[in-house]
Design a protein around this ligand. Structure first.
Ligand SMILES: Cc1cc2nc3c(=O)[nH]c(=O)nc-3n(C[C@H](O)[C@H](O)[C@H](O)COP(=O)(O)O)c2cc1C
Length: 240
C-alpha cells in the first residue's frame, strides 16, 4: 500500500474505525496519548472524528509494517487488536457490498487439504434473526443484529471444525475492518445446533459451527486479557 493510498484509507475509513473502538480515552489533561497502541477506548464519543484523523495522520507511519521506535506495527494487526465482542447494535443495516466482501473473506480462510468443507448463511430478515436468537441460550442479542452469519461445516470432513473456526475468525476480523461489531456465538457443541440447521433448511450433511451476529456498535465492552508474559514461552517451557 502506498502512503497516498493509506492516507486515503484513513480519511475514508477512520470514522468507522473510530466508531468501533479505535478511540482513545483522555489520559489526564495531557490530551491524546503518545502511542495509539497503548490506549484503550473508554468513551467513544469523546473525540471528534476530525480531531482523531489529524492525530492518526500524525502517526500514520507507525501503521506501516516498518520498524519505528524499536517496534513493528501495521494496520492489519491494529484492526485485529481493536476487536471486542459487541452484543449491542445500532439499527442501521449493513450495506450489501460489505456483506459480500465479508463472505469473500470467509471463503479465503485456510482449510486442511484445502477442502473448504463449509457453507455460509447470511441472515438479514428480522423474523429469521428473531427465530435463530430464540433457539440459542446465550445469543438472544442476535434478534437485534443487522445481520447474522451462520457457519456450517460438512460433518464428513476430518477438520471441519478447525476450518470453520478459521472462517469464523476471518468473518469477525473482516467485519471489524469495516467498523462493524460482532460476536462469536457458539454452535457446534450446543443442543440448538440441529434446530438452527433445520430452521435455515440447511442439508443434513452440514452442522452448525458458529453464529456471528453483526451490526454497527452501540456499546463496546472491553474484557481483560491475560498478559503476554504469563502465557507464552520461547523455544522451550522454562524450568521453575
Ligand atoms: C467458541 C466461542 C463461543 C462463544 N459463544 C458465545 C455465546 O454463545 N454468547 C456470547 O455472548 N459470546 C460468546 N462468545 C464470545 C466470548 O464470550 C468472548 O469472546 C470473550 O468473552 C472474550 O471477549 P472479547 O471477544 O471481547 O475479547 C464465544 C466465543 C467463542 C470463541
Amino acid at each position: 500500500m502506498t502512503e497516498e493510498a493509506y492516507l486515503f484509507f484513513l480519511k475514508n475509513r477512520m470514522p468507522e474505525l473510530i466508531r468501533l473502538n479505535f478511540c482513545i480515552h483522555r489520559t489526564g489533561s495531557s490530551g491524546l496519548p503518545a502511542d495509539p497502541h497503548s490506549c484503550r477506548v473508554q468513551q467513544s464519543g469523546s473525540w471528534h472524528a476530525s480531531e482523531l484523523i489529524d492525530w492518526v495522520h500524525g502517526y500514520a507511519k507507525i501503521f506501516f509494517p516498518i520498524r519505528i521506535n524499536e517496534r513493528f506495527m501495521n494496520l492489519g494487526t491494529t484492526i485485529l487488536k481493536c476487536r471486542h465482542s459487541v452484543r449491542e447494535y445500532k439499527p442501521d443495516p449493513i450495506e450489501e457490498n460489505i456483506l459480500k466482501d465479508i463472505l469473500e473473506c470467509a471463503r479465503l480462510a485456510p482449510t486442511a487439504m484445502n477442502e473448504q468443507p463449509w457453507l455460509f448463511g447470511v441472515i438479514t430478515g428480522r423474523e429469521t434473526l428473531e427465530k435463530v436468537a430464540g433457539l440459542t441460550d446465550h445469543g438472544t442479542f442476535i434478534a437485534e443484529a443487522a445481520a447474522c452469519f451462520a457457519v456450517f461445516g460438512k460433518k464428513n470432513a476430518k477438520y471441519y471444525l478447525e476450518d470453520c473456526c478459521a472462517a469464523t475468525e476471518n468473518i469477525i476480523i473482516a467485519l471489524q475492518a469495516y467498523g462493524i461489531g460482532s460476536c462469536w456465538v457458539a454452535g457446534e457443541k450446543k443442543d440448538y445446533a440441529e434446530a438452527v440447521r433445520t430452521a435455515l433448511e440447511v442439508p443434513e450433511e452440514y452442522t452448525l459451527v458458529s453464529l456471528v451476529p453483526a451490526g454497527y456498535p452501540l456499546d463496546i465492552p472491553i474484557q481483560k486479557k491475560k498478559p503476554l508474559k504469563d502465557i507464552h514461552f520461547c523455544e522451550k517451557y522454562p524450568k521453575e
